[in-house]
Design a protein around this ligand. Structure first.
Ligand code: URA
Length: 454
């Protein structure tokens, strides 16, 4: 993919490297083009991603280019090429060898959520979709900040292993049909370096960069179909519906351009999903959903995303709600957890300390702020501030009421869980103003699935 790859190029300062004659372009010219609202050529984009990955473009130059992109945007062809260049920076997985019992190729489908509080949907969703013969390669990450990470949740199951070789992923997809594991370092390595730089230079929010970052990893993962759950609201990355919609439309277009059947749902993240935000407590809630129960919003979103994934993969006559009720999804879950060394029947970790927060008035709970609950769970030990921090498996927030519920003064609203009670004060601070109780008859405006973008 690279234009003018250097021979014997050394890594070093920007001044040394960008003046080298072996390079096809000059980073400063590329920055000036974007600064002046110009369009980058495909060759310039390929070179930029490759040269940055090789260390030829310095961090300060890439930071300037990212800021120019944040301020001036990129057109669809630029974003598409930027994504392709990031995919080409690493390996691409290939699931075309998966077979159905009749010898036909097994379809694959994946889901990506932009992240929210209590968003545990991947856990019941992957085995549920696999029930219908569609393989689900769900390569996931850890949580950072107030949104939880799928791997952190699953690691609360005794024995469960997040790291699998590519061969083990293939074998599990063939035998069980679903795998949730750590995404390997080989997928879109350019994105890893770029994302770390964006994180410390105030450029994470650029929609072209978010869309290409997410989609480069998902396309490199090799899935045939992809359903995006783009969250909107206080607990989401995108607080504003117009921005979330623009992100969803950009990602759907990127997926389609790359030959992946892609659709997006815009879903509400003003309040946490389900009744738990943490790790082990979220797994426990998912097991309830897989047993045919669980909170209505978790069931609704799981079933809807399963329907979308199955339709994208060409399966139109499935009834995912029935597969939750009759135990078929639970059977796949048990096999999926065992295949990765976990004991699905083991007792999950519980914390040593808890504190309950009570309603201060009678009425209807009209607000339960997702961001506040996410920050509280994080401060209680369920999340991490830095990549290398450990999480407490049992920590988090258990909710006793959701918006729309009638509550009475003195009734429990939520329970805070941690192994380290000195964390309670900061968690309570995060929850100041998180709940609003209005007179009976008030109705919270909550619509879980806001729109579908295809
Ligand atoms: N998640 C990603 O993977 N990349 C972004 O840029 C933002 C969120």
């Amino acid at each position: 993919m690279t234009q003018g790859s250097p021979q014997g190029m050394t890594q070093g300062s920007a001044t040394q490297t960008t003046r080298t004659t072996a390079e096809a372009f000059d980073a400063v010219d590329i920055i000036r083009t974007k600064r002046d609202k110009g369009t980058l050529s495909p060759e310039q984009i390929d070179w930029t991603i490759d040269a940055y990955t090789r260390g030829v473009i310095a961090d300060e130059q890439m930071a300037a280019l990212n800021m120019a992109i944040l301020l001036n945007g990129m057109d669809r062809s630029e974003i598409s090429r930027w994504t392709a260049a990031m995919i080409a920076s690493g390996e691409r997985m290939d699931f075309s060898g998966l077979r159905n019992p009749d010898g036909s190729v097994k379809p694959t489908a994946d889901k990506h959520s932009t992240g929210g509080v209590g968003d545990k949907i991947t856990l019941p969703l992957a085995p549920l979709v696999a029930v219908f013969g569609v393989a689900v390669p769900q390569l996931s990450g850890r949580g950072l900040g107030h949104t939880g990470g799928t791997l952190d949740k699953l690691e609360s199951i005794p024995g469960w292993q997040a790291f699998l070789s590519n061969e083990a992923i293939m074998a599990q997809l063939q035998d069980v049909g679903a795998v949730i594991c750590a995404a390997g370092a080989g997928l879109a390595p350019a994105d890893k370096k770029l994302y770390a730089l964006r994180d410390v230079t105030g450029t994470v929010e650029a929609i072209p960069l978010i869309a290409s970052s997410i989609m480069s990893k998902k396309i490199a993962e090799g899935t045939g179909s992809l359903v995006l759950d783009v969250k909107v609201g206080s607990g989401a990355f995108m607080k504003d519906e117009a921005k979330a919609r623009e992100l969803a439309e950009t990602m759907v277009a990127l997926g389609q351009d790359a030959g992946v059947n892609t659709v997006a749902l815009l879903t509400n993240m003003d309040t946490p999903l389900g009744l738990t935000a943490g790790n082990a407590i979220e797994v426990e809630e998912c097991v309830e959903v897989l047993a045919g129960g669980g909170p209505d919003d978790v069931v609704e979103l799981t079933v809807r995303l399963a329907e979308e994934m199955l339709a994208c993969a060409g399966v139109h006559d499935a009834d995912p709600a029935a597969a939750l009720k009759d135990g078929r999804a639970m059977d796949v879950w048990n096999r999926m957890i065992r295949a990765q060394g976990g004991d699905p029947g083991a007792r999950l970790p519980v914390v040593k300390e808890s504190e309950t927060i009570y309603a201060e008035a009678d009425g209807v709970l009209v607000q339960l702020d997702a961001l506040s609950v996410g920050v509280a769970a994080w401060r209680l030990g369920a999340g991490r501030a830095r990549k290398e921090d450990a999480v407490q498996a049992g920590a988090g927030v258990r909710l006793h009421a959701k918006p729309g519920a009638l509550v009475k003064a003195g009734e429990p609203l939520m329970t805070l869980l941690t192994d380290t009670p000195e964390k309670f004060d900061r968690a309570r601070e995060a929850l100041a103003g998180a709940t609003v109780i209005a007179p009976e008859g008030s109705r919270p405006a909550q619509q879980l699935i806001i729109d579908r973008i295809a």
